[in-house]
Design a protein around this ligand. Sequence first.
Ligand SMILES: [Zn+2]
Length: 79
Amino acid sequence: MTTETSSPTLRIVRCPTCGGDSVFGPQNTWRPFCSERCRMLDLGAWASESFRVEAHPEPDESDELAGQTLPDSASSDLN
Ligand SMILES: [Zn+2]
């Protein structure tokens, strides 16, 4: 019998969002972030930033939607 009371691969990393301690392991679903909030904050910031800068079109799904909603609203917006 081995005494494995604490997790063998427990690593603490710095949360990219808040800079706090974050458990980097299977028990932390939000790794490398410390919490769901930090993860969402980071993803949100990243997404809005890249959308602003590059205006990168989304894959297939929005392609379909764009084709359906393209007509009038777009041209009237330009005029
Ligand atoms: Zn955090």
